[in-house]
Design a protein. Structure first.
Length: 201
């Protein structure tokens, strides 16, 4: 039976934002929800930026994250937070929802040092040619460079769960419902403005 995903999600607007920011966020939401994310063909994932590993991600739910080399890469990656988030998701799904981090850097030694410092030993794709971003043209905001994708790589949820606790709760809730309900997942939310807390712009 073909899996059907019916999603009535929310427009991510902040009460504390200026009107122009609210409009920009609404436009980002409209553009990306249910959009199919293009994953590079045969992406190479490594552990500790050294050992190549295989990541099974096709035809399954997954979290994808894009991090560029602008500013503090270590801060943007938030590896310790991702480790905690991944452990929780693994416990719910039996490792069925991989977290795929794509990081655009050109200095392998630098990213290797960061991974070692944060004791992060999960697969990371070192995207030196920035292919993932070129295929998708991601937002300039970190908050909108993280997605929960369905089996067809379409956006189910958008937002970075390690930057906002309410977004994290929504990711966990959606993933839990997906695996408890089986073939059909219906996540219903109204279209009222919802305050998700403070974002770092």
């Amino acid at each position: 039976m073909k899996i059907r995903v019916v999603l009535l999600f929310f427009v991510v607007l902040l009460f504390s934002c200026e009107r122009t920011q609210q409009e920009e966020i609404a436009e980002i939401y409209t553009e990306w929800m249910n959009k199919q994310i293009k994953i590079p063909q045969n992406p190479i994932f490594t552990i500790d930026a050294r050992d190549t590993v295989s990541v099974e991600y096709k035809n399954k739910y997954k979290i994808v994250v894009y991090v560029d080399s602008i500013g503090c890469i270590s801060c943007h990656l938030g590896l310790k937070s991702w480790e905690r988030m991944s452990q929780k998701i693994d416990s719910l799904t039996g490792n069925a929802v991989p977290t795929m981090i794509f990081v655009n850097v050109t200095n392998l030694r630098y990213i290797e040092k960061i991974l070692k410092q944060h004791d992060y030993h999960r697969p990371v794709c070192i995207d030196m040619k920035d292919e993932f971003n070129r295929l998708n043209k991601f937002s300039k905001y970190d908050m909108f460079r993280c997605f929960l994708l369905d089996e067809d790589d379409r956006v189910v949820l958008m937002g970075n769960p390690i930057q906002n606790a309410k977004v994290a709760e929504l990711y966990i809730k959606t993933i839990r419902e997906r695996f408890e309900l089986g073939d059909t997942m219906i996540v219903g939310m109204d279209r009222r403005v919802i305050n998700l807390g403070q974002f770092d712009w």
